[in-house]
Write a protein that binds this ligand. Structure first.
Ligand code: KIV
Length: 283
C-alpha cells in the first residue's frame, strides 16, 4: 500500500544527532496542513500525539482517545509530510493489556497508517512490551516522567522530585533503552534528573518540561502556536498567536457578510453578456 519513502528521517539519523551532539526539534501534528508546514520547516520527526484528545477533540484527558482516532489522524499527517519520521502515539489500553495486543495495535500504525514508529508510555513495567515490538521490527520511542494516560492516578504534576522518585526515573529510562527503544520522551521532570538520564543513556532523550539538557525538545504544536488556549502549560513557549489571528479574521468575515461587503463580484463568476441576454429572453 505504501512505497518506502527513503527521504524520511531514519531512526539511524535520530541516533546520529545524539552521537554528534546535535540538538533536534520534534513537534506534534494531527492534520494534513499542519504536518505539511512542519515538514517543510525541516523538523525531522513529527509526533502524532494522543494529546490530540485535548487539543483537537476537546476531551479532558488522553484516556478517551481511541485507536480509530489515532489511525485517522496519523494517516493525515503521513499524507502531509515527506521528509519527517512520523511517530504515532499508542492510545490508552492499546498496549497496556498485554504484549500481543501491543504488537497487533502497533503494527496497524505502520501497516495501515504509514507511520515509521510508535511511542508508548511507561518505564520498567513496559520494558517487556517495548522488547516485543522492537524484536518484531517495530521502532519504539518510550515516554516516562509525567505520563498523561495515567493522569487520574498520578495527577498532572512534575515527577521525580524526590531522591526515590528520581532514582526510579533513571531505572525506567535505562530499562526502556535496554528493551530496544530508539529514543525516549522525558515529560515534566526536573532539569537535573533529565540531565542525569541524558548523560547516562546512549539513545536520545526528547524533553518536554524537562529543561534544556535533553538531546531534543518536543512541543505540542497547538501550544507553541497559541492555537489552543483553554490551558497553556508552563513549559510551552508561544511562538505565534494563531488563535488571535483566527479570531480577527473570523470577526472581519462576520462583519462583512452582515454588511453585504463580502462577497464582491471578484469572488464569484459571471455569465457572458450574450448568454445572459439569451437567458433573459427565454425566461
Ligand atoms: O501526546 C503528546 O503530544 C505527547 C507529547 C506531550 C510528548 O506525548
Amino acid at each position: 500500500m505504501f512505497q518506502v519513502n527513503d527521504m524520511r528521517t531514519s531512526i539511524q539519523q535520530i541516533q546520529r544527532y545524539k552521537n554528534n551532539n546535535e540538538l533536534f526539534p520534534v513537534l506534534t501534528a494531527y492534520d494534513y496542513p499542519t504536518a505539511k508546514i512542519i515538514d517543510e520547516s525541516g523538523v525531522p520527526m513529527i509526533l502524532v500525539g494522543d494529546s490530540l484528545g485535548n487539543v483537537v477533540l476537546g476531551y479532558e484527558s488522553t484516556v478517551f482517545v481511541t485507536m480509530a482516532d489515532m489511525l485517522h489522524h496519523t494517516k493525515a499527517v503521513v499524507r502531509g509530510s515527506e521528509k519527517a519520521l512520523v511517530l504515532a502515539d499508542m492510545p490508552f489500553m492499546s498496549y497496556q493489556t498485554n504484549s500481543s495486543d501491543a504488537l497487533i495495535n502497533a503494527s496497524k500504525f505502520l501497516q495501515e497508517a504509514g507511520a515509521q514508529a510508535v511511542k508508548l508510555e511507561g518505564g520498567e513495567t513496559m520494558a517487556e512490551t517495548v522488547d516485543t515490538l522492537v524484536s518484531r521490527g517495530i521502532p519504539v520511542v518510550g515516554h516516562i516522567g509525567f505520563t498523561p494516560q495515567s493522569t487520574y492516578q498520578i495527577g498532572q504534576r512534575v515527577q521525580g522530585k524526590t531522591v526515590e522518585g528520581a532514582l526510579q526515573l533513571v531505572k525506567d529510562a535505562q530499562a526502556i533503552e535496554d528493551a530496544g527503544a530508539f529514543a525516549i520522551v522525558l515529560e515534566l521532570i526536573p532539569s537535573e534528573v533529565a540531565e542525569i538520564i541524558t548523560n547516562k543513556l546512549t539513545i536520545p532523550t526528547i524533553g518536554i518540561g524537562a529543561g534544556p539538557n535533553c538531546d531534543s525538545q518536543v512541543q505540542v504544536v497547538s501550544d507553541m502556536l497559541g492555537l489552543f488556549t483553554d490551558f497553556v502549560p508552563k513549559h510551552a513557549k508561544p511562538y505565534a498567536e494563531i488563535s488571535n489571528a483566527m479570531k480577527n479574521g473570523i470577526g472581519n468575515y462576520v462583519e462583512e457578510v452582515k454588511s453585504g461587503t463580502f462577497p464582491s463580484q471578484d469572488h464569484g463568476s459571471n455569465l457572458s453578456e450574450t448568454v445572459l441576454n439569451e437567458l433573459k429572453s427565454r425566461l
